[in-house]
Write a protein that binds this ligand. Structure first.
Ligand SMILES: Cc1ncc(COP(=O)(O)O)c(C=O)c1O
Ligand SMILES: NCCCCNCC[C@H](N)C(=O)O
Length: 364
């Protein structure tokens, strides 16, 4: 038995997402690039590669990882490229996407040999979270002024428009795409490609995938562009669990199970967005599942089990891939979860483990 804590990526749960992506590509003509900011766990890239066109990135290191470990089309976007990064970025990318006209002015000459794009901010989004809202007041993410976009003409051949966030409402997606067509269509028609970014929850149960495919195809035909999507969360949703063990049981008016993990260190995104973990909810025995750091609020959430918990029991916490493995950290020096992969034949293999040497090496 693998020692907890570890993340367990289950290819059988990843496969349905991959198959939906492949179907969407096929039906719409859109290309799909994995957003590495969401999920960069490269030991499963061999498996994902058959269903996706490549990767998109938000830094030089993600860009390089995409080029070296995934292959295919490799988009490089950064909110701010540095002078010492741009030559390497051009080496690894087949498209560089600048965040601002200033960055295009500064580095555009360097990207002449490859496709070059600019981030377009349509000034609306579907984000319910201020923190993740690219259309927040004074957003630094992309250009929206038509006069400034026109100043990029002739130097770019595409744009990236990321404005969705966990959007499972097709009608809203379609209506907002119509707004983009109306407000920016004339400009988009001068380009070769448009990336619509990520944030479309099209692998979720009940999502009208055929309608999305038709809508993307209509957009692509009307604008005369190759459409790209940049799924992060949609690609890996529900594919991965965090496997933990109970270390202690406390009853201080509420039953609490302390586990060998930490929401702060191993599922930080939940804490940032004030969400609770997806925990077992079967039975009548209720426990608060809490982490082992000294942070008072290191609490995964409430769970229900069909029998009382005992020390050593294992618990699976669902949906532990997106914005989770990429954010794991060494807070409190808690052992970082290993990474295991369950193959389609059921075999589970530990592909990476972390120990004291990794902790020490990360800090000096
Ligand atoms: C530019 C860009 N593309 C793609 C994504 C992936 O979004 P999601 O994981 O919601 O699909 C993000 C999320 O931050 C993004 O900023
Ligand atoms: N589940 C809580 C909201 C998560 C939001 N994800 C943030 C990343 C996203 N791709 C973005 O910033 O647009």
């Amino acid at each position: 038995m693998i020692q907890t804590p570890y993340y367990l990526i289950d290819k059988a749960r990843l496969l349905p997402n991959m198959e939906k992506i492949a179907r969407l590509r096929e039906q719409s003509g859109a290309k799909a690039l994995l957003a590495l900011k969401c999920f960069s766990t490269w030991p499963v890239f061999d498996f994902m590669r058959d269903y996706m066109d490549g990767t998109t990135s938000s830094s030089l290191y993600e860009l390089r990882l995409g080029a070296e470990k995934f292959g295919g089309e490799t988009h490089g976007y950064s909110v701010g490229w540095a002078d010492h990064e741009i030559d390497d970025a051009v080496k690894y990318a087949d498209k560089i996407i600048f965040n601002s006209l200033g960055q295009l002015d500064r580095f555009g000459a360097k990207t002449q040999g490859i496709a070059t794009g600019l981030r377009l901010n349509p000034q609306f989004s579907t984000s319910g979270f201020d923190l993740a809202d690219p259309a927040r007041p004074f957003s630094r993410l992309g250009e929206w002024d038509m006069a400034r976009l026109e100043m990029a003409q002739g130097r770019i051949n595409g744009v990236m428009i990321h404005y969705n966030c966990e959007n499972d409402d097709f009608d809203l997606f379609s209506a907002q795409l119509s707004r983009i067509e109306t407000e920016f269509g004339a400009f988009l028609k001068t380009l070769d490609w448009v990336s619509l970014g990520g944030g479309i929850h099209f692998t979720g149960a009940g999502y009208p995938l055929d309608q999305l495919a038709d809508r993307l195809k209509a957009f692509s035909d009307a604008m005369g562009v190759q459409v790209y999507l940049e799924p992060g969360e949609a690609a890996i949703t529900r594919s991965t669990t965090l496997e933990v063990s109970v270390l202690d049981l406390i009853d201080n008016g509420k039953k609490i199970a302390i586990v060998d993990s930490s929401i702060e260190a191993h599922m930080l995104d939940l804490l940032i967005y004030r969400e609770t973990a997806k925990l077992p909810q079967n039975g009548t025995h209720e426990y608060q599942i809490a982490g082992k750091t000294c942070l008072a609020g290191d609490i995964f959430g409430d769970a229900k089990f069909d029998k009382p918990l005992a020390i050593g029991d294992r618990i699976s916490i669902d949906d532990a891939a997106g914005y989770t493995m990429v954010k794991k950290n060494w807070f409190n020096g808690v052992k970082m979860p290993g990474i295991a992969v369950r193959d389609l034949d059921g075999t589970v293999k530990l592909v990476r483990d972390f120990g004291y040497e990794d902790f020490a090496a990360a800090l000096g």
